[in-house]
Each structure stands twice: as structure tokens, then as C-alpha cells.
Write a protein that binds this ligand. Sequence first.
Ligand code: S3P
Length: 429
Amino acid sequence: MQNLTIKPAKAIRGEITVPGDKSISHRSIMFGSIARGTTTVRGFLRGEDNLATLNAFRAMGIGIEDDGEILRIEGKGLHGLSEPEDVLDCGNSGTSMRLITGLLAGQRFFSVLTGDRYLRRRPMTRVIEPLSRMGGCIFGRAGGDRAPLAVVGSRLTGIVHESGVASAQVKSAILLAGLYASGETEVREPHLSRDHSERMLRHFGADIHCFGGGVRVRGGRELEGRDIMVPGDISSAAFFLVAATIVPGSELLIRGVGVNPTRTGILDILGRMGADIQLLNPGDASGEPVADLLVRSARLKGIEIGGELVPRAIDEFPVICVAASLAEGNTVIRDARELRVKETDRIAAMAENLRKAGVELVETDDGMEITGRETLLRSFTDSRGDHRIAMSMLVAGLAADGPGEVSDVECIATSFPDFSCLLERVSLH
Ligand code: S3P
């Protein structure tokens, strides 16, 4: 296990791009593989999670070439996947496991999925229950809730699924199964979760229709290979947005970031806290909005966060907690119980690590209340093997009163392999 020392910064300055969006990169492989003909992907994120998806589709007979710049996927159509000879290993990636399970439910072959010790602890009933109602035949540990999962490909029938949680992984797993199901498949969710699947399915020519509160897909229609440009990941940009906000005297330009409205909760939250972030040069990348983000340091104030903002910023809460720790007054986070079933329990992990940095906070079942302070104390962070906890606490370390340390930083490679180099490049000490 590798630890990393982080030194306080005097300012964050410069111009950067962040790696491609993780969610869009996963979907480009999945949809490209089951489309007819060639799909090219520019800006693909070569993090461990996405490489797990890529390897899974190679193991199902799909030719995928990578020249280091462009990925070429030779799609074989809806029924072109072949039975994998071995277990598909999704590593740390919940998106790989849940979406691929949806896709495999309607195949004509048998498959088994597993993941690392963190992923094998995460709940799978949320996808297995609706997929079973469609006619899927999926087995797992713990009464069917935990991986490894065994999928016996079956004939599927469309359903209407009323999801209890706003989850793009649940929605996308069902939509992928819906491509193979007879009739229509509909998913409704309490708040709109990220809609990359809907946008990309439309881009590939699927018979898909979005309406207030839900989405419907008709099965059986072939997808056609497309060219995809993946924008920078706003979830990766978020660490730099917070870093440049909390370190006085900072100014940072982040180019080409995806600003899909289902992902921009972080901009709304930081904006309400008093951050200085401008959106410049708006454009479009394969049906996804993009922009450059210019951020300057600002004094933040505490706010209340809940409701529809939560799914729009779900992966950013660890770093939002860091921002709240340095804001004036209290920040209340609620409706965020989902954070307890991410790569780790992110409420408990952030509460423990911020307390060690001197922050006063109250942990609740679905969030926390944080009392901001002037600076953080140098501390030792236990990342718990979670990439976003590690990166968030490295950002916190920039605003501490001395050098701190973060444990087990290898996990950062799941989503942002060059994070620490890039952070060092823009930090003035
Ligand atoms: C993702 C959806 C979210 C998010 C995850 C990626 C996706 O998970 O936390 O990092 O690509 O669909 P949930 O659907 O479980 O909220």
C-alpha cells in the first residue's frame, strides 16, 4: 500500500484538461460493442474501471483497438456477443458490474461477473430484482444481493420499473436489458439521475423516448456504430474546482469539461456557497454539452444541500465536505444515504478523516452537518481504498497547517491515474 504526502499550497494556478468522463467512457464501449459496424471513441478514460469494461467486451469476442489516442470498436450488433470463457472481472467498478449484468440478462449464453473486495460488498438487488421481473435469471451471494453473480441468458419482456433511488446504474442496466426485451421497457425515478445512457442510445439510433420523470425504450431495434467524443469528467474537475476555491490567490482554467445538467450539481452547490466559477466557450460533444471552467479562489459560506441536487452531485460529496469544512458557518447535507453504499461508506469515511483534520461535524443517517473552520490540521487520512476519498483528502491537505499523508493512494488509478502529478503541476508551495 502506497501513502502520499501532501504539502500545503500557496496558490493553485494554470490551465489544465482533466481525463475523459468515466460514465460516458463505459457506455461508449458497451453501446459500441452491441452496435453494427465501427464506433470510434476520442477522449476515452484509460482508468482501471473503464479498462475492466473494455476487457469484459474483448472477452465476449469484440475487437477493440487502441492506438493511444482513438479507440476503435468493431461492433457485432445486438446478438453478436459470444459466451465468455472465464469470469468477467469488473474490479472496483459498480458501473461495469450493474450495467453489464443488465446487458447479459438478455443474451443467449451463460456468464459470471465478479469484482474486488469492495465491489463484492455492494448491493446488487437494485438491478437483479427488476431484471428478474423482466424474465432475467441471475444468481448471487447473500440471497442474490452480492457478487459474484451468475447470469443465465433468458428471453426478456418489457416492464415498467418505478425505482426507489435516483440511480443511473439501475436505470441504465434496465434500459440495456430493454434493448433485448419484447415490447417497451420503462424506468421512472424520483429525481433525474445522469442521462448519458439516454443521450448515447439516441446517438446510436435506439428507439428511446424521455418524458418527465422517466424514460422508455423499445426492444429489438439494432444500433448503428458512431463516432464519439468524450468530454472531460466534471467529477474529476471537481477536485480542482474545490482546490482553487479554498487556496487563496488561485486562478485555474479547466478546458473541455462535460457540463450535462444532470452532472452540474457541483457548480450549483459551490456557486451557492459563494465560489467564483465561470463557464466559458460552451459547445457540444456527441450530444453532451461541454465548456471551459474558470475558477478563482473565494471565501465560502455554509448552505443546506438535499433533494434533486443530490443525484446531480452524487460523486462530488467527499470533496463538497472538504469545501464545507473551510466555509463560514454550517453546511447541512441530507437525502444522501446512497453515499453509504458507494466504493466505501463515504459518509463515515469523510466524517472520520475530517474529524482528524480538526473539523467539528455531526454524522447523520443520510448526510452530515459540518461546522466550517479557518484552516485544517495536518493529519493522516485513511482512504479506505476509495479513489474519491483519497483525492478529496489530498485537496484538503492543500489547505492544512502542515504536510499531511493519505494512505493507499493506488485506488486513484480507478478513475484518475495522473491526478497527483496534475495537482502538483498547478500547486505553488
Ligand atoms: C454512475 C452512476 C452513479 C455514480 C457512479 C457512476 C454511472 O451511481 O455514483 O460513479 O456511470 O451510471 P448510482 O447509479 O449508483 O447512483
